[in-house]
Design a protein around this ligand. Structure first.
Ligand code: ADP
Ligand code: TZP
Ligand code: MG
Length: 246
């Protein structure tokens, strides 16, 4: 994965995402070196998705009418060869969310699904308890990642204390980061934006996902050292995302 190339090209990442994190994701992606655009009007999503360098579908505050919009955008991206990242936020919390993401993975050729253990387990119908948008128990992240990737036939990234990437046959684990990431909202969503930007530059999806995971979590480790709490962690994280990896 060539970070200098990413920062030179500034890939345009089209987001159909939740209202909670829009601003944070845009700022974090800009700091990293990408170019964000948030657009969810059904009339325009196909046009934007097909000229973007990557598409993020994040169901955090999804409403019924948004499902169709996400599918349209995803299919336009597929036609144009634009990679699609799905974040099944809160998929384990309600039947509505679970069915929405299950429909999206059926109708869109999703390049990578990234979520916490509870969300990925729900999407793949693997039993696990969840509460709201956070996983209540991590379960076996490796087992969930491999089984989910096998069932939905796409690359899966399970995030948490340990992050696991799997294609359904093998898995790779990464253990960087800080629990402070769990004290701010949008930490997972922003990781998805970075991963999508990396997929625009690096065609090997696993390499792109692993680079984004490690770069992001190492930036968070550096930010933690400078922060006094979640409030000051956020600006330090944004600053660290703009630096080179060590
Ligand atoms: N306890 C932890 N220790 C280190 N890193 C963590 C921890 N929990 C989450 N992370 C990191 O925070 C980011 C968001 O992960 P997670 O909290 O699972 O997502 P979400 O916010 O979508 O639930 C990931 O980069 C993950 O590696
Ligand atoms: C709190 C909340 N509620 C709906 S979407 C959202 C943001 C979730 O962000 P993340 O999954 O990155 O923690
Ligand atoms: Mg999340």
């Amino acid at each position: 994965m060539n970070l200098a190339q990413l920062r030179e090209e500034r890939p345009l990442v089209h987001h159909i995402t939740n209202e909670v994190v829009m601003n944070f994701s845009a700022n974090g992606l800009l700091a990293f070196g990408g170019s964000p655009v948030m657009a969810k009007e059904r009339e325009e999503v196909e046009e934007i998705a097909s000229v973007a360098s990557a598409l993020v579908l994040n169901i955090g505050t999804i409403r019924k009418e948004d499902i169709e919009t996400m599918i349209k955008a995803g299919q336009a991206a597929n036609k144009a060869g634009v990679p699609v990242l799905l974040d099944p936020v809160g998929a384990g919390a309600t039947t509505f969310r679970k069915q929405a993401v299950q429909r999206i993975v059926q109708e869109v050729d999703v390049s990578v699904v990234k979520g916490n253990a509870g969300e990925i387990a729900a999407l793949a119908d693997i039993p696990l308890k969840v509460k709201g948008v956070d996983a209540e128990e991590e379960g076996d992240a490796e087992e969930i990642a491999v089984e989910a990737a096998k069932r939905i036939q796409t690359m899966v990234v399970v995030t948490g204390k340990r992050d696991v990437i799997s294609n359904g046959e093998e898995f790779t684990t990464s253990s960087h980061g800080t629990p402070l990431l769990g004290s701010i909202t949008g930490a997972g969503c922003l990781l998805g934006s970075l991963m999508a930007a990396c997929m625009a530059i690096e065609k090997d999806k696993k390499e792109a996902a692993l680079f984004a995971l490690e770069f992001y979590n190492k930036a968070a480790e550096r930010a933690e050292k400078k922060a006094v709490g979640p409030g000051t962690f956020i600006p330090h994280l944004l600053d660290e995302l703009g630096k080179d990896d060590d």
